[in-house]
Design a protein around this ligand. Structure first.
Ligand code: ADP
Ligand code: MG
Length: 324
């Protein structure tokens, strides 16, 4: 499925890391307790640092995959996490270990699980919570894009929460498919999960930062409606739905939320990448700033828990307030 000229680092991979990769036995420092999730080549386990009692998430990444040495891919994933180290919306890398089979990334623990659980449940989040989470997601995405990185695998399974109820702050995880832009000009790769990937990926067209904004639109749609906008009965149908941008905006799906939600999503789910707003432009969409919250900067956002904090980017609310 994957067209990918992986010659060394030329496909936008980063090669330099600062975090030492320890070959000491990890279980002298951490006690692993249970599984948090798994993908094709990774298992994520909850672990406790024995000295401090602090909880972390240990992502065990296989070094060999399909008979190929993939150590460089793991180093790249670490390097991306290091680039985003100072951004509160991206999961923090605490330490790294290496065993015969795996490299283990010891990550900040996101105790609230995946926002997927808020997309596929009978109890969807209130609109004010959804817009708060989308603002946070855009802050993280904006930071990555400013750092010349694209995530390319943004989906509700890769956006975690620091706490479940009330929903905490978001943490973007899983930088396995992330790439650096610019280094080799255009990136053309088949990546990601069909349900969540942009039409340009299915069409082997150049990948840009706009590709991530499509995924933000898909996630927003799911948080609002509880449904995946392009999921078909099979892969074929899903591909067709994506490439034709076949989206159901019928009112019954959106009855819970304001008209502005539909406007926000419609602006992102457009076929031509160059016609999608950037993360910074999305940030000034009135949907994200509507009542009951009157906010000027994230520092001032009143939340029920008072836990929202700034991630270092100052955003100003859009000039006109359509609600007034
Ligand atoms: P993969 O590349 O296999 O998809 P991910 O990094 O997405 O690996 O991790 C898989 C799953 O493990 C996530 O979807 C999430 O449910 C869980 N997970 C990953 N990182 C953390 C973390 N820091 N805290 C809590 N759960 C996590
Ligand atoms: Mg994942």
């Amino acid at each position: 499925r994957r067209l990918d000229s992986r010659s060394g680092l030329s496909a936008g991979l980063l090669g330099e890391i600062q975090t030492p990769v320890s070959t000491e036995p990890m279980d002298s420092v951490y006690e692993t307790t249970g599984e948090l999730g798994r993908g094709k080549f990774a298992v994520v386990k909850r672990c406790v640092e024995k000295a401090t009692g602090k909880v972390f998430a240990a992502k065990f990444l296989r070094k060999r995959r399909r008979g190929r040495d993939c150590r460089a891919d793991v180093i790249h994933e670490m390097a991306v996490l290091e680039v985003a180290r100072n951004n509160a919306r991206v999961v923090n890398l605490h330490a790294a270990y290496e065993t015969d089979h795996d490299i283990v990334l010891v990550l900040e623990y996101a105790a609230g699980g995946e926002i997927f659980d808020h997309c596929a449940s009978d109890e969807l989040l209130p609109e004010a919570q959804i817009t708060r989470l989308i603002r946070q997601m855009l802050e993280g995405v904006h930071y990555l894009h400013q750092s010349n990185l694209v995530h390319l695998d943004l989906k509700p399974q890769n956006i975690l929460l620091t706490s479940l109820s009330p929903p905490g702050d978001i943490k973007i995880v899983d930088f396995g498919l992330a790439r650096r832009l610019g280094a080799v000009g255009e990136l053309r790769e088949i990546l990601g999960t069909p349900e969540y990937v942009a039409p340009e990926i299915l069409n082997y067209e150049p990948i840009t930062t706009a590709t991530d904004l499509w995924s933000v639109g898909v996630i927003a749609y799911m948080l609002v409606t509880g449904e995946s906008p392009f999921a078909g009965d099979d892969k074929q149908e899903t591909y067709l739905n994506v490439s034709q941008v076949n989206v159901d905006y019928s009112r019954e799906n959106f009855s819970r939320v304001s008209e502005l939600a539909v406007d926000f999503i419609r602006k992102l789910l457009v076929k031509a990448p160059e016609d999608r707003p950037s993360a910074a432009e999305c940030m000034s969409h009135p949907w994200l700033w509507q009542q009951p919250q009157i906010c000027l900067t994230p520092d001032l956002v009143p939340t029920r828990t008072g836990r929202e904090r700034s991630c270092g980017t100052k955003w100003t609310a859009p000039p006109e307030d359509p609600e007034d």
